[in-house]
Design a protein around this ligand. Structure first.
Ligand code: SF4
Ligand code: SF4
Length: 145
């Protein structure tokens, strides 16, 4: 059986840092429903606009506002969080994939890049995480081809 190319180790590295979590309309609606609040309230309380796109804010600790020893909104988390580490750059560029192994211990270095790409594309397709709208989808998502 082929080993998993990725299995999250819950280290929290990818939930750290301001500005990375782009919120599409779909993300806003799903997260607002999960929190049982309205979309305008979600936008007002938990996001900031930058470069024409909404991003989740960070807490004083430098982590995503929803990070609490893990994702506190896991079922409602945005597409970009669901897609990591199968970002476009890591799929098209083997060097990027090698570099993220230092950052994300969930990426299995024993599985080669071609298999990472195979498993990643299958996962993105199954989960509906391919880039569907160039205006609002995060650039990091792979386009459907
Ligand atoms: S950096 Fe990787 S292993 Fe750590 S929480 Fe994020 S996905 Fe999981
Ligand atoms: S929404 Fe959850 S998975 Fe995404 S960055 Fe915030 S804490 Fe991490």
């Amino acid at each position: 059986m082929t080993a998993e190319a990725f299995s999250c180790k819950m280290c929290g590295h990818c939930c750290q840092g301001e500005g990375g979590i782009v919120m599409t309309v779909k993300d806003q609606e799903r997260l607002a429903a999960h929190l049982n609040i309205s979309v305008p309230e979600l936008v007002e309380r938990f996001t900031r606009e930058r470069g024409g796109k909404l991003h989740l804010t960070c807490g004083d600790d430098g982590y995503c506002v929803f990070y609490a020893e893990g994702c506190s909104v896991h079922p409602g988390r945005p597409d970009i969080c669901r897609a990591w580490p199968f970002f476009r750059g890591n799929l098209v560029d083997q060097t990027s994939w090698e570099m993220i192994q230092e950052y994300c211990p969930g990426v299995n270095p024993e599985v080669d890049h071609a298999e990472f790409v195979r498993q990643g594309k299958r996962y993105l397709r199954e989960e509906g995480l391919l880039r569907y709208d160039p205006d609002t989808s995060p650039n990091a998502l792979l386009a459907d081809d």
